[in-house]
Design a protein around this ligand. Structure first.
Ligand SMILES: Cc1cc2nc3c(=O)[nH]c(=O)nc-3n(C[C@H](O)[C@H](O)[C@H](O)COP(=O)(O)OP(=O)(O)OC[C@H]3O[C@@H](n4cnc5c(N)ncnc54)[C@H](O)[C@@H]3O)c2cc1C
Ligand SMILES: *[C@@H]1O[C@H](CO)[C@@H](O)[C@H](O)[C@H]1NC(C)=O
Ligand SMILES: *[C@@H]1O[C@H](CO)[C@@H](O)[C@H](O)[C@H]1NC(C)=O
Ligand SMILES: *[C@@H]1O[C@H](CO)[C@@H](O)[C@H](O)[C@H]1NC(C)=O
Ligand SMILES: *[C@@H]1O[C@H](CO)[C@@H](O)[C@H](O)[C@H]1NC(C)=O
Ligand SMILES: *[C@@H]1O[C@H](CO)[C@@H](O)[C@H](O)[C@H]1NC(C)=O
Length: 537
């Protein structure tokens, strides 16, 4: 690995300390790094590509390399510098193939910051802010690195790695600082991942609004600050944060760029609190911990209809049935996920009898698929005693894609699109047209449709009048040219135009097109102006 100084610093969207010029003009700052290292008690390390041990082994596969090859698709992937093509990627279709990193090819840092701090306390973050200001070097915060826009890495930046901030605690009478009303709450260190939080919630017989698709996403980082959604959002809200619960139910501890360690909640630093609840990760400060409301354990009813046929006539029928019933099902408390050949719905509000009554149209469709002998047609109904038990079942067969370079686009679909038979038909046609171009379209039934907002959060208010969040992706392999990557972005963006045409400007910013038109309004709606003021402050 060579340490490179690529000064053409480039980011896809405005982010945290973008105002700091990325003009790193000092060729050798070894002493500065050494001083920084001692101020963070020796926790400064060099950033390295994941596949570096395989490049070093060059042909002779070390034990470490074999493990990396086997686990390659478990890790999110944002190491390539898309401007220069510098990278150290494996072939995701065959991770045994080492030719992508074998000489004469080099294993390069790409967009990986050359140095990172393993953050253990707010003092480390304060030291990093000082260093960044002194050297005019940008900072990035990396928690899990799952960000779909690459916002957790950047070339020639200093990285704050929050992964090891793993404390979790439960307090049945948590009172936010400066407030007076107690409520049951869980405090999550910035590095806690959902898999840790699930286990914790199970042991304490409580429910947190959990992420649906991948238990390695962080619970307190970018997901929460972007207003993360889950299959329980319809009934329990976005990231337990968005105005559904009494205002004083959540608190952040955060280091702001002026180096102050602050508490933000409904009683202290309210503007920062508002900004951190939807404004987006890496934008207003470095969160050290966040406290979220703990709800009682829920019983979940599950209904699944799936088939194996790739005949799009059956996809149309599945999506027609979903669209025709979407308003009623949202009101009945259903959330879930669907693709071209499966619909998974869960409900924490209904008992088994009510659930089967409510989901009759879907089960009828399942029966029709079976009697038409559609390949692999099946209907599953089950009851689970908690989210954790449901997730165990779900995760056995359904995991989100990781380890692949991709462009992701999305759209929020409001209730209005489900209002009439005509608008439903138009929507289903739009979904089919999108999935023709980007076949891995996912329908996430994860909008907080049952919750009115109270303006205390900064996600776009469009979330509340929506029912579906649609995502589509277009991917490429390690050997794609810059032109092919550009085309992939363009293809994904064009595919969601089929839905843009018939919906208002609204999308979930954590899972969105980096070229989203009118992105200020799409991501933050009427909250954008206030967010901008807070950012300047
Ligand atoms: C496989 C997969 C499944 C997903 N499933 C869902 C889902 O079900 N629901 C959903 O809503 N989203 C989902 N997402 C999207 C997810 O919410 C975003 O990728 C989110 O940005 C991840 O946050 P993170 O902290 O884990 O990741 P990171 O990439 O580490 O961070 C994301 C952003 O937040 C910033 N950040 C991280 N930690 C902090 C901190 N402590 N303080 C300030 N800023 C910070 C980073 O700088 C970066 O800008 C999924 C993503 C993947 C890859
Ligand atoms: C930082 O200091 C520690 C402890 O002295 C040392 O092990 C580590 O290599 C140093 N990091 C760098 C990047 O030099
Ligand atoms: C994967 O790559 C290895 C090493 O190059 C090769 O031997 C093997 O045949 C490849 N497998 C497939 C399925 O292409
Ligand atoms: C959770 O519920 C189980 C079963 O009712 C009970 O045995 C256990 O003590 C409870 N745990 C906590 C921490 O309340
Ligand atoms: C559907 O196809 C997959 C992959 O071929 C197979 O594993 C699965 O058993 C099939 N499901 C049914 C219900 O037939
Ligand atoms: C939120 O703000 C909107 C627009 O300013 C306003 O119409 C609405 O009444 C507000 N809602 C609450 C609960 O304050």
């Amino acid at each position: 690995m060579t340490r490179r100084h690529n000064f053409a610093f480039f980011l896809l969207i405005p982010f945290t300390y973008a105002s700091i010029q990325a003009t790193l003009s000092i060729p050798d700052i070894t002493d500065e790094y050494a001083r920084l290292n001692s101020s963070v008690e020796g926790r400064l390390s060099k950033g390295t590509p994941l596949a570096l041990p395989c490049a070093i082994a060059s042909g002779t596969r070390s034990e470490e390399c074999v493990q990396i090859q086997q686990g390659y698709l478990d890790e999110a992937q944002w190491e390539t510098c898309q401007t220069t093509g510098a990278q150290c990627l494996l072939d995701y279709t065959n991770t045994s193939n080492l030719s992508p990193i074998a000489p004469p090819r080099e294993c390069l840092l790409g967009s990986i910051p050359p140095y990172f701090i393993d953050v253990q306390s707010e003092k480390d973050v304060q030291a990093a802010f000082k260093f960044s200001e002194h050297l005019k070097m940008p900072l990035v915060i990396k928690n899990t690195g799952h960000d779909y826009k690459g916002r957790s890495s950047a070339p020639n930046a200093l990285a704050l790695w929050t992964h090891n901030l793993k404390d979790i605690s439960y307090d049945s009478e948590f009172v936010p600082e400066g407030c007076s009303t107690p409520s049951p709450a869980v405090t999550l260190g910035a590095g806690v991942q959902w898999k840790d939080a699930y286990a914790f919630a199970e042991n304490h017989n409580i429910t947190l609004v959990e992420v649906w698709s991948d238990s390695t996403v962080g619970a307190a980082g970018g997901w929460l600050q972007g207003g993360g959604h889950s299959m329980l959002s319809n009934t329990m809200g976005l990231g337990k944060c968005c105005g559904i619960f009494p205002l004083d139910n959540l608190q952040f501890k955060v280091v702001t760029p002026d180096g102050q360690y602050r508490v933000a909640n409904a009683c202290r630093n309210q503007d920062l609190f508002f900004a951190l609840r939807g404004g987006g990760g890496g934008t207003f400060g470095v969160v050290m911990e966040s406290t979220v409301l703990a709800s009682p354990q829920v019983t979940l009813q599950l209904v699944v209809v799936s088939f194996n046929s790739t005949d799009s006539a059956w996809t149309r029928e599945l999506w027609d049935t979903m669209a025709a019933n979407a308003l009623q099902w949202a009101e009945d408390g259903w959330g879930g996920i669907a693709t071209s050949n499966i619909a998974i719905y869960i409900n924490p509000k209904l008992d088994a009898t009510e659930a089967s009554q409510s989901m009759k149209p879907l089960v009828e469709l399942g029966k029709k698929l079976q009697s038409s002998q559609v390949e692999g047609a099946q209907i599953i109904t089950k009851t689970f005693g908690s989210w954790g038990k449901f997730y165990e079942w779900f995760a056995a067969d359904n995991v989100a894609i990781t380890g692949i370079s991709l462009a992701l686009v999305s759209r929020l679909i409001p209730k209005a699109n489900f209002a009439t038979a005509e608008s439903q038909a138009e929507l289903v046609q739009g979904l089919l047209d999108t999935s023709l171009a980007t076949p891995r379209l996912i329908i996430l039934i994860s909008a907080p449709s049952s919750f009115p907002g109270d303006n205390s959060t900064s996600v776009t208010e469009a979330w509340r009048s929506s029912i579906y969040h649609i995502t589509a992706v277009s991917s490429w392999n390690w050997d794609a040219t810059k032109e092919e990557k550009k085309n992939s972005y363009a293809k994904a963006s064009a595919s969601i135009d089929n839905l843009r045409r018939i919906t208002p400007d609204a999308a979930y910013q954590n899972e969105a097109d980096v070229y989203e038109p009118n992105h200020e309004i799409s991501f933050w709606g009427s909250n954008y102006e206030r967010l901008l003021e807070i950012k300047y402050k």
